[in-house]
Write a protein that binds this ligand. Structure first.
Ligand SMILES: Cc1cc2nc3c(=O)[nH]c(=O)nc-3n(C[C@H](O)[C@H](O)[C@H](O)COP(=O)(O)O)c2cc1C
Length: 211
């Protein structure tokens, strides 16, 4: 199937995980903020609860996040695991910035308390909505010439606690993901797939009934 003729589908098709990133950006920080603002404002959420929160970490703040992640991982996992993760973390730190995606549990609880009939859907809906936000920012940044990869260093509660303390974030914000971004390292191949992605047969994954 070709995405030709539809720029949205073409952007979905070309998006990749890019790990060789540099400390430069092809767009100004103001444009980065505009993109994140647009995604946060317009991406859907369950019952329009608008529980997504984003923190864009640039420059020293980006470095500080990944330094914190490294320190907390070091004190929490066996040395061999740390050695492997530390190398990866150094790669993330070498990028230009990170977008941290949160979901405000306070907003979700408030909606649930006002409308008990929707309460059971909110936890899953919050995850779905966060994923939509992550995908939208990822794809939008790539369209601007940035490379991105998606990380989940919220697996360690001590990292989440440190982040909230350092940047004085509300205790109700639950960290879901980190999107690392930067200009792709052209010497390492730029925004090109390193490994050919394999695809399961679409006939097994999509059923159209009644066409
Ligand atoms: C929900 C989700 C979680 C992911 N978690 C990670 C992760 O923790 N670390 C990572 O390097 N990539 C992560 N990825 C990236 C996937 O491994 C990647 O998108 C997939 O292998 C397809 O490769 P592509 O992004 O180049 O198309 C995640 C992707 C999704 C959608």
């Amino acid at each position: 199937m070709s995405a030709s003729g539809n720029p949205f589908l073409a952007a979905i098709e070309s998006r990749i995980s890019c790990y060789s990133l540099t400390k430069t950006s092809p767009i100004p920080d103001s444009r980065l903020q505009e993109i994140v603002n647009t995604v946060i404002q317009h991406t859907p959420s369950p019952f329009n609860v608008q529980s997504a929160r984003a923190v864009v970490l640039l420059h020293d703040n980006h470095d500080a996040f990944w330094d914190t992640a490294d320190a907390r991982v070091k004190e929490s996992v066996p040395e061999a695991v740390y050695q492997a993760l530390s190398q990866r973390i150094a790669g993330f730190k070498a990028a230009y910035g990170s977008v941290l995606f949160f979901e405000d549990q306070g907003a979700l609880e408030e909606l649930g308390s006002k409308n008990a009939s929707v309460q059971h859907m909110l936890a899953e809906g919050s995850h779905h909505s966060s994923g939509m936000h992550q995908f939208a920012v990822w794809t939008a940044l790539e369209l601007e010439g940035l490379g991105c990869n998606l990380q989940h260093y919220n697996f360690l509660p001590s990292i989440v606690d440190a982040v909230k303390e350092k940047w004085n974030l509300p205790s109700t914000w639950a960290l879901h993901a980190q999107l690392v971004f930067g200009a792709p390292d052209e010497a390492a191949g730029g925004l090109v797939r390193k490994r050919e992605r394999t695809y399961l047969p679409l006939e097994e994954r999509v059923r159209v009934l009644g066409a």
